[in-house]
Design a protein around this ligand. Structure first.
Ligand code: PEP
Ligand code: MG
Length: 754
């Protein structure tokens, strides 16, 4: 059974369009279940009707004609209840809706299960039988299993079909849903960023001169042929006959017309070589995969391996020039912070990632740069979007591909409103963040990219509350040396002096990896991260601390922050190394080197519990809510499937923040918040009420948060904390806080998506 399932999923996933995918499903599912009829109904988002899309058993001309309102028929019930219905005699059921002339009168037994993809009901999969009997439990569980597997393939096929309509000149006003990563709207041309040597990830790209591209491809093929000869010569004596046959098989594939000829035909049609190769390999793999002979099925892997080798050779030679659009939307499967490396950031208008969520570091970076981002757009057919016009709605988390002029205008208006709001807030730049009754809040900026230093000054920050040093580390091909780091930190400290700058020591692991120091783990967010790495590599940590301390000479505005602290003992170990680095440096120079103030991040539940012990050892605490929320709520900050469970206003988070505040107060150590929570106006209101006097936020959000603070009485904020104390759910707390923002007359902040 598992084998049949695997084969069906593969077939459906590789079907060229929705229509074919659905026809395949009804045919195969009818066979597997042994039913008399099988049909798929999909919900038409425009009318909300359930439409018969494919059938095997009912009359073929019923397809597209049978349309049920949400409350109509057994199919309507399956979709609206999102649960299976197993009925012995369908025509006798009160919800049954009879359609004449579709051949349904012969059927009695009915089993329908919903097709659900990522929480969205797409439609229903139905089997029917002439006999008057309920389907067995085994049949029911089998159909549920099939539907659960097929739903993702159907969603994907739906998306691809949307693109086919596009190709026929239609506009595609149905957005691809995702998760808001960074607010704002933008229109731009899609530019796909894809990992190297990965055939499946290669996007479509047109070439101007197919002849040149064919030559490039043939040169790559020739190189691979030589590679294979070399490999064979090296292993000749040691390899058994069976393995040697592999080289022969590769050579045969290269000589036959299948890969080479197929790819050249596609290049001649205007496709660039990597995508032409991708489609050719996929076409042949599909044919092999569907064969019943296991030996031939295994050849799929050989074919793919050969494809990868040719791609590698193609990608290591210069290809056709890439035109980076003036207004680009970066699109990728799993965009991490590293995607920003080497890009002309001034031309990037927005970011779209198929994976990740609003708390992923790519989204955080987008916010820091002031560009909208939509994450978790899992259905976007990456291969097809390059060069298309995208409208990115970072407020609602959705992406339109080649939308109609009406949609574009609507988003242009939103974008204008956003600019108006920014202009309105501009005069706040030089004013302090102080409540009506004189309570002063320090607003610091989060940073990590060089290009953010200007926005920090422009937005009127009181300093830098979090500088993520790992970002500049990512932009290199090896660890930066002490001199290089000193220069970098010095520039930042000088730029802000005398205002404080908090440099956080290297926080790699999780979703931040260095190209030259890869960390592969099954559970990276619970693995080797942050301070854990630094303490295991004192040689790297010491160089960083020395550079920071040297950069601070004559300035004295440096604060050092330790990420991912889990126990007080780790702080002791770090303090020991920092003390040693400072002493050594002091011995090397006559210049007075001030010892920087040292802080610990509280972003792990155990650190909340040990906050007093940690506070005793350091000068300040900084709460990193991005991680704290993920660890407290057990919600991976990078996983779009659980993104809706990730909410910094969960009562558990608020309670944890209060505990840290008490711990800080006990030892007279200041506490700040540097997670994204502080950039959210509603949450900032609560944080001020809780007693936080320092918030570190995205530079672009400083004017909004300042506006909230300046329209508030401190007393009001404190009362708010009491008002939400007994609320049990994050959404109730959010509603209450947003109501307060409306009452303060600042509702435009919410409508602007924040
Ligand atoms: C945090 O976890 O809240 C934080 C500020 O650090 P990062 O987002 O870099 O993990
Ligand atoms: Mg963190």
């Amino acid at each position: 059974m598992l084998e049949a399932l695997r084969k069906l999923s593969e077939e459906v996933s590789s079907a060229e369009n929705l229509d074919r995918a659905l026809r395949l499903i009804v045919r195969r599912v009818r066979e597997v279940i042994g039913a008399d009829a099988c049909s798929v109904y999909l919900i038409d988002p425009a009318t909300n009707e359930r439409v018969l899309m494919a059938t095997e058993g009912l009359r073929a001309d019923a397809v597209g004609r049978v349309r049920l309102r949400p409350d109509e028929g057994l199919v309507g019930l399956v979709c609206s209840r999102a649960e299976p219905m197993n009925v012995e005699d369908a025509p006798g059921h009160p919800a049954y809706r009879f359609f004449p002339k579709i051949g349904e009168e012969a059927f009695h037994g009915f089993l329908g299960v919903p097709l659900i993809h990522q929480g969205r009901t797409l439609g229903a999969l139905v089997v029917q039988q002439k006999e008057r009997r309920r389907f067995t439990e085994d049949e029911e569980t089998l159909l549920i299993t099939l539907a659960a597997q097929l739903a993702a393939a159907i969603a994907h096929a739906e998306a691809v079909t949307g693109f086919e309509r596009l190709a026929r000149g239609h506009h595609h006003d149905r957005p691809f849903p995702g998760i808001s990563g960074a607010p704002g709207v933008a229109v731009g041309t899609a530019m796909v960023v894809y990992p190297p040597f990965n055939l499946a990830a290669v996007p479509d790209r047109a070439v101007d001169d197919p002849e040149v591209e064919v030559r490039r491809f043939l040169a790559a093929v020739e190189r691979v042929r030589q590679d294979i000869d070399r490999l064979e010569a090296r292993f000749d004596r040691d390899l058994p006959q069976a393995d040697r046959a592999l080289f022969e098989a590769y050579r045969l594939m290269l000589d036959s017309d299948s890969i080479v000829g197929g790819t050249i035909t596609r290049i001649d049609l205007g496709q660039w070589a990597p995508a032409a190769l991708r489609d050719t390999v996929e076409e042949h793999s599909r044919a092999f995969r569907l064969m019943d002979d296991p030996y031939l099925r295994e050849r799929v892997e050989d074919m793919r391996d050969l494809g990868r080798r040719i791609l590698e050779r193609l990608e290591t030679q210069p290809g056709p020039p890439v035109h980076f659009p003036e207004a680009a939307v970066l699109v990728g499967d799993s965009l991490g912070p590293a995607a920003f490396i080497d890009l002309p950031l001034e031309r990037v208008r927005a970011l779209v990632s198929r994976q990740g969520s609003g708390s992923s570091h790519a989204a955080i970076l987008a916010r820091a740069l002031g560009i909208p981002a939509v994450m978790g757009v899992s259905d976007l057919p990456l291969a097809k979007v390059e060069g298309k016009t995208l409208v990115v709605d970072g407020y609602e988390g959705r992406v339109f591909v080649d939308p109609s002029p009406a949609i574009r205008e609507q988003f242009q208006r939103l974008s204008d409103e956003e600019h108006e709001l920014r202009a309105e807030l501009e005069p706040l730049r030089d004013l302090p963040a102080v409540t009506h009754d004189g309570h002063r809040i320090t607003l610091l900026a989060n940073a990590g990219l060089r290009s953010e230093l200007e926005p920090i000054r422009d937005n009127g920050a009181d300093g830098i509350g979090l500088y993520r040093t790992e970002f500049p580390f990512m932009m290199r091909d090896r660890f930066p040396g002490e001199g290089e780091q000193t220069k970098l930190y010095r520039r930042i400290l000088q730029h802000c002096a005398p205002a404080p700058v908090t440099l956080r020591t290297l926080d790699i692991g999780g979703d931040k990896s260095l190209p030259y120091f890869p960390i592969h783990e099954d559970n990276p967010f619970l693995g080797w991260r942050g301070l854990r790495v630094s303490l295991d590599h004192p040689e790297i940590f010491m160089v960083q601390i020395r550079a920071m301390v040297r950069a601070n000479a004559g300035l004295g505005n440096l604060h050092i922050l330790l990420p991912m602290v889990t126990t007080p003992a780790e702080v002791d170990e770090a303090l020991h190394l920092i003390g040693r680095a400072h002493r050594e440096l002091q011995e090397e120079t006559d210049e007075e080197l001030p010892l920087p103030r040292l802080g610990a991040m509280i972003e792990v539940p155990s650190a909340v519990s040990s906050a007093a012990a940690i506070a005793r050892r350091v000068d300040f605490l900084s709460i990193g809510t991005n991680d704290l929320v993920q660890y407290l709520l057990a919600v991976d900050r990078n996983n779009h499937r659980v993104a809706k469970l990730y909410d910094a206003l969960h009562p558990a988070v608020i309670e944890a923040i209060e505990r840290v505040l008490h711990a800080g107060a006990r030892y007279g150590k200041p506490v700040s918040v540097c997670g994204e929570m502080a950039s959210d106006p509603a949450a900032a209101l609560l944080l001020v009420g809780l007693g936080l006097n320092t918030l570190s936020v995205n530079p672009i959000d400083i004017p909004r948060i300042k506006w909230v603070v300046r329209n508030l009485e401190y007393r009001q904020a404190r009362e708010l904390v009491e008002a939400v104390r007994d609320l049990e759910e994050a959404h109730q707390i959010r509603r209450h806080l947003e109501g307060e923002i409306e009452r303060l007359g600042l509702g435009v902040l919410l409508r602007a998506g924040k």
